[in-house]
Design a protein around this ligand. Structure first.
Ligand SMILES: NC(=O)c1ccc[n+]([C@@H]2O[C@H](COP(=O)([O-])OP(=O)(O)OC[C@H]3O[C@@H](n4cnc5c(N)ncnc54)[C@H](O)[C@@H]3O)[C@@H](O)[C@H]2O)c1
Length: 304
């Protein structure tokens, strides 16, 4: 199969490209805004430097492709408060461009990296049937993208799979709480600023589990549009993550909480996805949260 991965040079995309490269002809399409060429070292793939906001570039890249994994996006939920229009362009308009490229090139399978934040503040563990009620611009863009996946699958017969990821962590991470805590502590090993009051409690999944579940579902997709949660069954609080990192690094640190029960405007303070639908098909995560956090930290610290 010829498989195109948009955002294939990024954190999740490069792990995915590596996993599928063993059995497929992989094309990575990336504008390298946050993706890195070094993430693709040793991975058998063609690299196309291009932008999903450039319709011609993405359409040309899609020629002869059998399956597209649309992973490219601006993953910054916090930043989407300051830059709603830019975020819409990257995370919704970009998806529409990819769908158009699929339609024009007769690509019949699209797998989309959505997010748990489409649910907003929801019942927990949150099933796929929960209402879509985003509370951030990023969440709104992902939810709108999902709606286009639904209409394109109905109108043009493209099978679409939307994967609502929990927080994904692991080697090659370039953003998010563990990345932020580690870099803050590298700059100042005595004090740590923590956004919110530390009680925010979310679920985290190792990137290896994430791409494993992604491919597992892609191999089994057969409906017009289908959405799945991909996460773990554990949660951890922000304060407990800080404690774990500080302890692993052998530091004595004073915490400065910015206060309030959210980290930023649009933050979903508590998140736990139900993965019953996925488990019902025979898949479950291999890593526990603590292992995933330590693995991420070791990567950031350069410890193998
Ligand atoms: N990391 C998480 O916890 C998480 C959780 C839920 C959903 N997601 C989604 O998963 C996907 C991957 O996230 P990530 O954490 O690997 O982020 P990332 O920033 O590492 O990866 C995004 C990749 O897309 C590329 N890209 C961005 N804009 C582009 C454009 N206009 N044209 C071409 N390439 C472009 C970047 O260069 C990068 O390689 C995103 O869609 C994100 O919204 C991530």
């Amino acid at each position: 199969m010829k498989v195109l991965v948009t955002g294939g040079a990024g954190f999740i995309g490069s792990h995915l490209a590596e996993k599928i490269s063993a059995e497929n002809e992989v094309v990575v399409f990336d504008n390298f805004s946050s993706g890195k060429r070094e993430f693709l070292e040793g991975i058998k793939c063609e690299i196309i430097e291009g932008d999903i906001l450039n319709q011609e570039e993405i359409e040309n890249a899609m020629e002869g492709v059998d399956i597209c994994y649309h992973i490219a996006a601006d993953p910054d939920v916090k930043g989407s408060y300051e830059k709603p229009v830019e975020n819409f362009e990257q995370d919704c308009r970009g998806t529409l461009n990819v769908l158009e490229a699929c339609r024009k090139n007769n690509v019949k399978k699209l797998i989309f990296a959505s997010s748990s934040v489409v649910y907003g503040n929801a019942e927990m563990p949150t099933p796929e049937t929960a209402p879509i009620k985003p509370i951030s611009n990023y969440g709104a863009a992902k939810a709108s993208s999902e709606n286009y996946l639904m209409s394109y699958s109905n109108l043009y017969g493209i099978k679409c799979l939307s994967l609502r990821y929990a927080n994904i962590i692991g080697p090659k991470l370039t953003h998010g709480i563990i990345y932020d805590f580690y870099n803050k502590l590298k700059g100042n090993s005595k004090e740590l600023e923590i956004l919110g009051d530390g009680t925010q409690k979310k679920s985290y999944l190792h990137v290896k589990d994430c791409v494993d579940a992604t491919v597992f579902l892609a191999e089994r997709m057969n409906n017009g549009f289908e959405a799945y949660n991909i996460g773990s069954e554990e949660q951890i609080s922000v304060k407990d993550i800080a404690d774990l990192i500080v302890n692993e690094m052998g530091l004595d640190v004073e915490y400065n909480f910015t206060g309030g029960n959210i980290g930023w405007k649009g933050d979903v303070p508590k998140m736990l996805l139900s993965i019953e639908k996925l488990k019902g098909m025979g898949w479950k995560p291999k890593f526990i949260i603590k292992e995933s956090i330590i693995d991420t930290l070791n990567y950031l610290r350069g410890i193998k």
